[in-house]
Ligand binder design. Sequence first.
Ligand code: ADP
Ligand code: MG
Length: 257
Amino acid sequence: MAQTAIELSSIEKRYGAHAALAGVSLAIAPGEFVALVGPSGSGKTTLLKTINGLVTPDAGTVRVMGEDAGAVPVHVLRRRIGYVFQEIGLFPHLTVAENIAITPKLLGWPQERIAARVANLLGLVDLPAEMGARLPAALSGGQRQRVGVARALAAEPKIMLMDEPFGALDPVTRDQLGTDYRALHDQLSLTTVMVTHDMSEAVLLADRIVVLKAGVIVADGGPAELSRQSQDPDVRALLDAPKRQAQRLAERLGGAA
Ligand code: ADP
Ligand code: MG
């Protein structure tokens, strides 16, 4: 197995005069669950897209499973890396099963193998098999995101990139999907990088939290480690917010927590 699942070295990306990424180095081990947090415009989406080749860096190198990503054809890279984002983009005229089957079909899998994989994936994301016949419009927001996760897993990637995947959902559904996805990450031995603007979500789900600010990593560590070590006032504010919120909630709900 490669020593690192994902390795970014001195990545720079500018749009005109603006540096979206200003020298980012990051090594992620196989099996890690990393939350990428930071204010809007800090470069989170750009960073995620440099990993699967949707963005080409101006400088620096990206290695995926030890291989130079620049040397791997983009369609091969995307097959190895699942990608889930907030506006999930299911095809409205295709059934749930057909949406999930898109990549296996492109890969020319035989019909029976596709059918078996779709059934297996629906089970993995905890959707009833009958739902495969429905159109996306007949699903709740949470169910649609589950289909998005299933579709991203179709070709058995070992790496998952998720860009605010549950951001548009109500808090209860969001919490459930986050917890379920974390279990799936463990069960399938995935490596996950999840962008979230919600520090509570990051603390609850991830092994490691990477904080971006203006295209630079300003903190990187496990939740408790960050809390102990980080001196950056913005990072402190980010970390203190869920703590304060939990305290206020406990007080108002009667001090039970
Ligand atoms: P985040 O996901 O953290 O909100 P992004 O990675 O989307 O941040 O963007 C980082 C910066 O790069 C922002 O200032 C954004 O406006 C700029 N940017 C991102 N994509 C493009 C693009 N395709 N063209 C021009 N500027 C862009
Ligand atoms: Mg973004």
